[in-house]
Write a protein that binds this ligand. Structure first.
Ligand SMILES: C[S@@+](CC[C@H](N)C(=O)[O-])C[C@H]1O[C@@H](n2cnc3c(N)ncnc32)[C@H](O)[C@@H]1O
Length: 224
């Protein structure tokens, strides 16, 4: 099968911003797991084989990486995988329906280590609002980062929120869970001496139920 033929099968067309209908896309109503920033696609490829009764959507902004991901997918074995070339930000609600995602995986998001670049970090209060909107109740966000400062930043951003709870007592874990998939970036960073921080947050309730408290939290964070 050529790359072009695979693209037709695996890629969700994002030229037009319209809400994705997962039942139509996958031809079933299985739970949808989303990976943001799929990179070379190891996680998507392997996890989709393990959880064949789940639907996986991988989003990646770089076309070259997206082509690589698609090239390594197999139409039969990865029939539960789709990918999209998209820059994920607060506006992702234009394509991902509210309450449609059971799990979100963010493996090694760009850490933007310089303080003046922190505004570029994916995990921001407004983006956590967006996660809340697209996720089902009790849905889980899994994040892995090799950057200690970003790990602390993420814990801080989630810990002030009444709509998410950390599933780790200390806010993070240094131990991978059973069945953990080592991605390209994780392997690279481990070799450099930076093993990951694992973070896991469960959605407790939707935004509508906590709006007054949330704006209070935002005010507190802005004055930090
Ligand atoms: C550091 S790499 C990690 C890749 C992969 N998850 C891994 O662990 O090997 C971050 C990836 O996220 C992609 N990316 C960064 N920001 C993004 C965004 N806002 N939307 C979609 N993809 C993004 C980058 O192109 C890159 O492939």
């Amino acid at each position: 099968m050529t790359l072009e033929e695979k693209r037709i099968f695996f890629e969700i067309d994002c030229t037009e911003r319209k809400l994705w209908n997962f039942t139509e896309i996958f031809g079933n109503d299985n739970q949808v797991y989303l990976e943001i920033g799929s990179g070379m696609g190891e996680f998507l490829r392997m996890r989709a084989l393990i959880n064949h009764n789940r639907n996986f959507v991988g989003i990646e902004i770089k076309d070259k990486r997206l082509k690589q991901i698609i090239n390594n997918l197999d139409v039969q074995r990865h029939s539960n995988v789709r990918v999209a070339r998209l820059f994920v930000d607060d506006k992702v609600t234009e394509v991902i329906p509210e309450g449609s995602i059971k799990k979100v995986f963010i493996n090694h998001p760009d850490p933007w280590p310089k303080k003046k670049h922190h505004k570029n970090r994916l995990i921001q209060p407004a983006f956590i609002d967006t996660l809340n909107r697209i996720m089902k109740r009790k849905g889980i966000v899994w994040i892995a980062t090799d950057d200690q400062d970003y790990a602390k930043w993420i814990v801080d951003k989630f810990s002030v929120r009444p709509d998410f709870e950390s599933m780790y007592e200390e806010g993070f874990s240094r131990d991978p869970e059973a069945g953990h998939i080592v991605t390209y970036f994780e392997e690279m960073k481990r070799k450099e001496g930076f093993p990951p921080y694992f973070l896991k947050f469960r959605k407790k309730c939707s935004l509508e139920n906590i709006k007054p408290n949330l704006s209070e939290d935002k005010r507190i964070m802005k004055n930090d």
